[in-house]
Design a protein around this ligand. Structure first.
Ligand code: NDP
Ligand SMILES: O=C(O)CCC[C@H](O)\C=C/C=C/C=C/C(=O)C/C=C\CCCCCO
Length: 306
């Protein structure tokens, strides 16, 4: 028997999640039955989606949702041999019994010197999000200017790197001077600390006086209305997330974007990564190839930073 520890959400979050909203529990897991595997968590991810999704896909007392990289430590399922690794949506658990449903084996060609934690980052859900947002939603083209906020995050930092690979000018905003330095090292053309610039409007204009063709939106809230004013005509906005609003107890109301969207003839599209589930294996291989091509240091630095 193996003892599993797991975190349950005891109360739905009200505002920022608090330690008292969680409880650590323990259970003894039985031996795997035919077709089952026993998983041991190696890396757990904490992603922004957990905050809003907890409200719609969890009830109080559930194990906190989330993905993990896990090692198969016992197996009665030939598809998942002992010692292999998978990405699993087991949530915040140390050990999980699984019948194989929802398990994604780590790509067999995964290099030994690339941390498996990247399967939860650049070569995982965040990295996939960056690719689909750039290619399938924005249709970013060489020579265009892209703005991305939360740029030092798991999604934003991959967005910027891919946009540079595609020959674009990349402007990023982040909330610390250390993140600004990090993003410059990643190759962003212009970066600013939105917490310390006097005016977001002036920082955006200084970074790209000619405006922005594309905006990869991760943050939402009032700052986004300011960005819209500096979009080029026929600009495109990919609404990936709205992290500045997830902890709001009451929805924010802000200026309405309609007039500026009409005058500039802007296109704004929300998206969820699940739309391209069918393309994940090929896209993960592309992301892995980029990691191999681009300096390992850059992506490993990203892994250390996050
Ligand atoms: N649509 C989809 O399918 C997906 C959407 N997403 C969304 O993408 C966004 C980024 O996710 P991810 O990169 O994993 O996040 P990370 O957790 O890696 O980074 C999030 C960053 O957002 C910034 N941030 C937090 N609060 C605010 C705020 N109030 N104002 C401005 N910036 C803020 C912080 O950085 P800083 O120091 O810059 O403030 C924080 O580090 C999220 O909104 C997430 O919900 C992610 C995956 C899939
Ligand atoms: O367990 C779940 O139900 C969610 C599984 C998520 C899975 O790992 C794949 C996709 C993650 C998508 C992330 C989306 C975002 O971060 C977008 C943020 C918020 C969407 C609004 C949610 C609406 C809730 O009221």
């Amino acid at each position: 028997m193996v003892q599993a520890k797991f975190w349950v959400m005891t109360k739905h979050f009200d505002g920022f999640p608090k330690n008292s909203d969680f409880e650590l529990k323990v259970e003894e897991l039985p031996e795997p039955k035919d077709g089952e595997v026993l998983l041991e968590a190696v890396f757990l991810s904490v992603d922004p989606y957990m905050r809003p999704f907890s409200r719609v896909s969890m009830k109080e007392g559930d194990v906190m949702i989330g993905t993990q990289v896990a090692k198969v430590i016992q197996s009665k399922n030939p598809a998942f041999p002992v010692g292999s690794h998978v990405v699993s949506d087991s949530g915040w658990r140390t050990h999980t019994l699984s019948d194989g449903t929802g398990l994604t084996p780590i790509l067999p060609e995964w290099p030994k010197d690339v941390s498996l934690s990247l399967a939860l980052g650049a070569i995982g859900m965040p990295g996939l999000t960056a690719v689909y947002g750039i290619e399938d939603v924005l249709g970013l083209k060489e020579g265009e200017t892209l703005l991305v906020n939360a740029a030092a995050g798991a999604v934003g930092s991959v967005v910027g790197q891919i946009a540079k690979i595609k020959g674009c000018k990349v402007v990023g905003s982040a909330g610390s001077d250390a993140k600004v330095v990090f993003l410059k090292e990643l190759g962003f053309d212009e970066v600013f600390n939105y917490k310390t610039v006097g005016s977001l409007e002036e920082a955006l204009r200084k970074a790209s006086p000619e405006g922005y063709d594309c905006f990869f939106e991760n943050v939402g809230g009032s700052s986004s209305f300011i960005v819209l004013q500096q979009m080029k005509n026929f600009g495109r906005i990919a609404v990936c997330g709205s992290i500045s609003t997830y902890n709001d107890s009451e929805p924010q109301t802000g200026p309405y974007p309609y007039v500026i969207m009409i005058i500039k003839e802007l296109k704004m599209e929300g998206f969820l990564i699940t739309r391209w589930q069918h393309k994940h294996p090929e896209t993960l291989r592309r992301l892995l190839a980029w990691v191999k091509e681009v300096s390992y240091l850059v992506f490993m630095m990203l892994d250390d930073f996050l």
